[in-house]
Ligand binder design. Sequence first.
Ligand code: C5P
Length: 221
Amino acid sequence: MIPVLTIDGPSGVGKGTVANIVAAKLKWHILDSGAIYRAFALAAFKRNIQIENTHQLLELASNLDLKFAQNSANNALGVYLDNQEVSSELRTEKTAELASKFAMIGQLRESLLIRQQDFRQLPGLVADGRDMGTVVFKDAPYKVFLTANAEERAKRRLKQLQQRGIAGNISHTLEDVKKRDERDVSRKHSPLKPSKEALIIDTSDLTVSEVVTKVMALVKV
Ligand code: C5P
């Protein structure tokens, strides 16, 4: 069986940062499932497909031309939609908000399922998101759920946005983070919640390397 480490948690908790470091240490593949939802939202927005138009949304989900590939200029893993790099467009809070609205649609989640499961390749996969441990990789041998208080997560999210040259302020970021979490936690399909088997780590007072150490201690390879 191909091993998977799932890292779930709310927005701004640092899942992506931890997932990238752990995947590099283990030399495993990585899945940023949020990027799939964000890319889908961006594609729907560009095509002007409204949220009520389930038929067109499902058609788009099955034909979505989405690739993750190394950007030769900066060596980072880029996201390509219709062969155009959209990595920075994906990171805006506007895209995230739209993604969380589309992410409420159960049929849409189902049609994006195989696309995510295809990332499970040898020697292993680190997958981060909201439902990696509860739905997408239910049978994963290693599951982590990261938490942190909303203020801390807003601070981290703001820092991340600023590093990417995106403007923002703490009160708006806090509001966005809370609104998106509320939607992710309370939705009917695949809500954000820890899997029964997940190791829950409150990262509020931990450094990134302390979190990485705890996660690495879980994985036996
Ligand atoms: O993780 P990220 O902030 O990029 O995710 C953007 C949005 O996509 C989340 O707020 C959530 O609504 C949705 N998402 C999801 N399931 C996942 C990953 C992301 O519903 N596995």
